[in-house]
Design a binder for this molecule. Structure first.
Ligand SMILES: *Cc1c(COP(=O)(O)O)cnc(C)c1O
Length: 425
């Protein structure tokens, strides 16, 4: 056995890991190796405490919780927005915590998609997340007869990754808006936001990104890159909890734009309770809020984001790459696990925080993994996503995943399960 193949090697890597103490901040179950943090991050003790604090404020203050207590609710979305701004490399007034990824996409396409003359098309790519397609087509239907004619979809050459030059080639004088994901949800390919933004702007096109799979795993520089708008969820790598409030970013150069979908929480805060029928737009990204914030789904973020402020995203990214490099090396080290096709780009700058493996028995291999205490993520028809998360996964966790996978392939235990998708996968 080579040194790499030993548990001792994994343990030695853990000894040297500066983020190791943070695993105890999370609820990890004994005997379970959770590598699904790119679908739903684990619960932290700090997130739990923050929810209890907001709950206590409700008990104690009733309506006065809007202005009193530890985290006055009236300004909490802005306060969380500031913490999120530092994670995406934006000015504090460019980010707000609000809505969901889907509702924020609707808000920002309603704001930025203004077909005019020949410039009527929206560009996205064939590998984008379904909700992004549904939102785009909704807006195309609002402006045109159908949701198809003005949609331009950039195809993937290999079915898993995109070629940035193909995307740029689709940007012409007929394009109004480009909407892409920063990291693809399946293959975890990472796109260059700067390169694509420069190309769009050189052609007079507005460009926005969906950061669901990169926020909390990769540092961003949205303002400096000049990105026009962005959205993201907070329940994946940010560990905000199921359905936690999402985020949106709008570059300062667009802060005079009227929100496409205005609501009273987008008002100037001093004016909101004037109760005027005329909207007085709030400052910055806050103007893109709609109704009353979902306080109980915002609360966990107070605690969850504290961890990121303490650790810093550079350290998170550094460990994340080490974990996925180690995973790939181990996978290649055993004959039984060499049967998987790795669809994630190998180059660090093109890789997000998870690894996507393909195998025709993927559905039942995932069921066998779960039964053996490893929680992966299945994507039909043949994908297995493994996301070792820097804040709570160890090198020993990665070792356990590969050794378990090896055993399952060796004994063919997956044959005891049906190779079909569950309702939630
Ligand atoms: C997870 C995810 C979403 C989810 O959107 P919700 O509105 O939170 O349901 C959207 N886009 C991408 C790329 C995702 O990965």
């Amino acid at each position: 056995m080579s040194q790499l193949q030993t548990l001792a090697h994994a343990q030695a890597l853990d000894e040297k890991d500066p983020l190791r103490p943070y695993a105890t901040e999370f609820y990890k179950k004994d005997g379970i190796t959770y590598v699904d943090g790119n679908s739903l991050g684990l619960c932290s003790k700090r997130a739990e405490q923050a929810v209890l604090s907001v709950f206590a404020m409700w008990k104690q203050h009733g309506i006065d919780g809007w202005g009193e207590g530890t985290y006055p609710w009236f300004t909490l979305s802005e306060r969380i927005g500031q913490a999120l701004a530092s994670l995406v490399g934006a000015h504090p007034d460019e980010v707000i915590a609000t809505g969901s990824t889907t509702s924020n996409l609707h808000q920002l396409l309603a704001t930025f998609y203004r077909p005019e003359g020949k410039r009527t098309k929206i560009v996205t790519d064939a590998l984008n997340f379904p909700t992004d397609f549904y939102v785009i087509k909704s807006h195309l239907r609002l402006h045109h007869d159908d949701g198809q004619t003005h949609l331009r979809v950039v195809e993937s050459q290999d079915g898993h990754t995109l070629c940035e030059d193909d995307i740029i080639a689709a940007m012409d004088e007929e394009v109004a808006v480009v909407l892409l994901s920063s990291v693809l949800y399946r293959s975890a390919q990472r796109l260059s936001l700067k390169k694509l933004t420069d190309a769009a702007h050189a052609r007079g096109i507005i460009i926005g990104f969906d950061l669901c799979h990169s926020i909390g795993s990769i540092p961003h520089t949205l303002s400096a890159d000049g990105v026009d708008f962005a959205v993201w969820c907070t329940y994946k790598h940010l560990n905000g909890g199921p359905g936690s409030v999402a985020g949106l970013y709008v570059h300062r150069r667009h802060h005079d734009r009227m929100p496409g979908l205005a609501g009273w929480f987008g008002s100037n805060k001093e004016k909101q309770f004037d109760m005027s029928p005329t909207f007085t737009q709030g400052d910055g990204a806050g103007a893109f809020q709609m109704g009353t914030p979902h306080l109980l789904s915002l609360a966990p973020l107070i605690g969850a984001l504290e961890l990121f402020a303490e650790v810093g995203l550079e350290a998170v990214r550094e460990k994340s790459l080490k974990l996925t490099d180690y995973f790939l090396a181990l996978l290649a080290a055993f004959p039984e696990t060499q049967v998987f096709t790795v669809r994630t780009p190998i180059a660090h700058e093109q890789r997000g925080g998870h690894i996507y493996l393909e195998h025709k028995e993927a559905a039942r291999i995932c069921k066998a993994l779960k039964q053996a205490g490893v929680i992966p993520d299945y994507r039909a028809p043949s994908g297995i996503r493994i996301a070792p998360v820097a804040l709570y996964n160890s090198f020993t966790d990665v070792y356990t995943v590969v050794i378990t996978l090896r055993q399952i392939m060796k004994d063919k235990t997956y044959e005891r399960f049906s190779n079909t998708r569950e309702v939630i996968a």
